[in-house]
Design a protein around this ligand. Structure first.
Ligand code: FNR
Length: 182
């Protein structure tokens, strides 16, 4: 059966470089036969994690996020780096999804990507994200797919200008699917 992947952008803004990058990853994954569920954190609005809210029962968007992660075999994330770390919105989503029952992350594969207009292209964010997801029992692909100078990297249509980058992007997706299929 088709490998099932859940894809999340760590940036909410409409013109986001990471939304563009995620769209390319999703397109590749679908072209390779994967079933991809794209979670948009601008649509699936989660409250800021608060133990008092959790004590009233997991909020419906957190329940939904957990269900959607449960159904997936692999996780694809493209995220910006905020102050050398994971954006609060993405970390908040991971924190909610880690609550309220069995661990929905455990034993699944994850592939990380990130775009930044800066020189280092989210490398510090990826290290922190890797730490949290590893803590949750995920298996991380060794690849660090980075798009630095992201403000120069995309065409008007949201393609990557550099063809060789496109090849390694394809490699990331192929790697994730291969691991899922064992
Ligand atoms: C940033 N930005 C940023 N970039 C980076 O490479 N390293 C960093 O530590 C930070 N820190 C940071 C903090 C905050 C609060 C913001 C809002 C931004 C810049 C960031 O990479 C840039 O805004 C990207 O365009 C965000 O990604 P999207 O929204 O284009 O996907």
């Amino acid at each position: 059966s088709a490998p099932r992947i859940i894809a999340i952008s760590g940036s909410l803004r409409t013109g986001s470089f990471n939304r563009k990058l995620l769209a390319l990853l999703v397109e590749q994954a679908r072209a390779k036969g994967a079933e991809v569920d794209v979670v948009d954190l601008k649509v699936l609005v989660l409250p800021i994690y608060d133990g008092d809210i959790e004590a009233q029962g997991l909020p419906p968007p957190a329940v939904e996020l957990r269900e959607r992660i449960s159904k997936a075999q692999g996780l694809l994330i493209s995220s910006p780096e905020y102050n050398a770390s994971i954006p609060g919105s993405l970390k908040n989503a991971i924190d909610w999804a880690s609550r309220g029952g069995p661990n929905v992350f455990k034993g699944k594969w994850a592939a990380l990507a990130g775009a930044s207009p800066g020189m280092f292209g989210t490398v510090r964010m990826q290290a922190h994200l890797r730490q949290s997801l590893t803590h949750l029992g995920m298996n991380l692909l060794p690849d660090q797919f980075l798009v630095s100078h992201a403000d120069q990297a995309f065409t008007e249509e949201g393609r990557l200008k550099d063809e060789s980058r496109l090849k390694s992007l394809e490699g990331l997706v192929t790697g994730l699917i291969a691991r899922i299929q064992g």
